[in-house]
Design a protein around this ligand. Structure first.
Ligand SMILES: Cc1cc2nc3c(=O)[nH]c(=O)nc-3n(C[C@H](O)[C@H](O)[C@H](O)COP(=O)(O)OP(=O)(O)OC[C@H]3O[C@@H](n4cnc5c(N)ncnc54)[C@H](O)[C@@H]3O)c2cc1C
Length: 469
């Protein structure tokens, strides 16, 4: 009883310190506030601090440290393992901090940490600019950027972190620091791929690029044609122009509009394409591949504004989906690997939005050295994700089995490590060591400088050197 009263008093005190709202367990909005994108995650934090500004973030960090309360930091809440929430801790929720300022002269954009990729696309498109993010607009910029960020503009302009110029960070001791190439350069290095380990990033300054209309869309083929499509795609990719993003996918045709009724639910393979430029130039760039391929089930490529394409998949991934995923980096795709993929893809559970995608991370990504940012696996070819996703909670166990079996079958063909943003928290303890490679030691040293007590530990955690085993 005493403890409960003390906790309630402390949470009440936090509420008085913030301009934003503190939503505790007695609040009618608590269930909505504690929920994250992945419907499999069902955690009960002590409270959610919906910060209104940087001062609120400082107050929340100080309050949690002084009361010895574990903290989860939430940007867009899209983390697969639900790292934007925590049982019996404080969620520092940045979703109300959505300011964006584009500088069209320098072609930069300052982005507050609660923005989604779609928010930034919307703002930059007015100036004919874009920043490389992912393929779903509702994803949070913060978590995506701190893990690396791969998407349609990666081949041409690099990972999201390759376009990060500066970040403002609230550290575990409550100080606010700026990190860039010359100020707190070690922190700036670590933020670019090291995830949420080092503090709460409250704003990002990104380089933007001239991207306006794109020629983009999905082309779906019957799974029976997947061998031909995968082999042709593999051989086509290395010499294709970097303005052309094409990723390969194995999936089912989604059930529902606008997908053709006669194909819904069919096992299929897909090429998802996006060319920065006109329809004519895009079609010409892709023609050497398309000419080799069988008749598709449907081909929905067309010219459109970049933000329209970047949000095209959002309706397929609503908040609350049951999700389980695993990934790997992939350097080569031998015929045996393609066979293993096709076999697993034929077992996608019915009614699911499950998929395997191979996102190219060549081109501009390869021009940055493996020790220049925390992202270590620079010399690979694809970032693979196997995602099990289904609206029905009863399907969760089946999804997890499908993903694990699939990953076990194709992992022997993979490169070193995987993308931290495509990891759950139940993988081998060795996983981060392999992924960060010879950058891990430096990351642990930077962690020891900026967060020596591992205050920020609800993440793909890097232990500070002093406590590292
Ligand atoms: C439908 C879907 C599509 C996706 N597509 C892509 C894609 O195309 N490309 C890609 O690269 N990734 C993609 N992802 C993965 C995505 O990058 C991660 O899920 C990422 O964690 C999402 O960031 P968030 O801010 O929404 O997550 P959150 O759940 O809010 O946070 C995730 C992690 O980041 C940390 N964090 C968040 N904000 C901050 C902050 N301001 N300061 C410090 N730490 C912070 C959290 O502590 C947590 O550890 C996708 C995910 C989903 C669900």
């Amino acid at each position: 009883m005493t403890i409960e009263l003390t906790t309630a008093d402390a949470v009440g005190e936090l509420g008085s310190l913030l301009r934003g709202r503190v939503i505790d367990r007695s609040d009618p909005e608590y269930d909505e506030a504690r929920s994250v994108f992945n419907g499999m995650i069902d955690k009960f934090p002590l409270a959610v601090a919906r910060c209104a500004d940087v001062a609120d973030v400082v107050a929340a960090v100080n309050w949690a440290r002084e009361h010895d309360v574990i903290v989860a930091v939430r940007g867009g809440g899209h983390s697969g393992p639900g790292l934007g929430t925590v049982d019996d801790g404080l969620v520092i929720d940045l979703s109300a901090m959505r300011g964006i300022r584009v500088d069209p002269v320098r072609r930069t954009v300052r982005v507050e940490a609660g923005c989604t990729a779609g928010d930034v696309d919307h703002a930059t498109h007015a100036y004919g600019l874009a920043v490389p993010f992912g393929i779903v607009a509702s994803t949070g910029v913060a978590g995506l950027a701190l893990g690396g960020g791969t998407g349609y503009l990666t081949r041409q302009y690099g990972l999201t972190i390759d376009n990060l110029l500066e970040a403002d960070v609230v550290l575990a001791d409550g100080r606010i620091v700026t990190a860039d190439e010359s100020t707190n350069a070690d922190l700036f290095w670590a933020l670019r791929g090291g995830g949420g380990n080092f503090g709460v990033v409250v704003s990002f300054l990104f380089q933007a690029h001239p991207v306006d209309q794109v020629f983009a869309g999905p082309v779906f083929f019957d799974l029976a044609d997947a061998r031909t499509v995968a082999r042709a795609y593999r051989d086509f990719l290395p010499d294709s122009p970097v303005e052309l993003a094409t990723f390969f996918g194995l999936k089912t045709v989604p059930a529902g509009e606008p997908f053709p009724a006669e194909h819904r639910g069919k096992h299929a393979c897909a090429l998802i394409t996006c060319f920065s430029g006109t329809a004519e130039a895009g079609a010409a760039a892709l023609a050497p591949l398309m000419d080799l391929l069988p008749e598709p089930l449907f081909d929905w490529r067309g010219e459109m504004p970049f933000p329209a394409w970047n949000q095209a998949f959002d309706p397929l991934f609503p908040k609350g989906l049951q999700c389980y995923w695993r990934g790997d980096f992939v350097r080569d795709l031998p015929d045996e690997a393609i066979e293993a993929h096709i076999e697993q893809a034929g077992r996608i559970p019915p009614g699911a939005v499950s998929l395997m995608h191979l996102y190219p991370i060549d081109g501009a990504v390869h021009r940055v050295g493996r020790n220049d940012t925390a992202w270590n696996t620079r010399d690979t070819t694809w970032n693979m994700v196997i995602l099990g996703a289904h609206p029905d909670p009863d399907a969760a166990a089946g999804l997890e089995h499908w993903v694990r079996d699939y990953w076990d079958a194709v992992h022997p063909f993979s490169d070193r490590g995987g993308y931290v943003n495509f990891m759950m928290t139940d993988e081998s303890p060795d996983r981060l060591r392999v992924t960060y490679g010879d950058n891990l030691e430096r990351l642990a040293r930077v962690k020891a400088v900026y967060d020596p007590d591992n205050f920020f530990r609800v993440n793909q955690n890097i232990a500070p050197t002093s406590t590292a085993a």
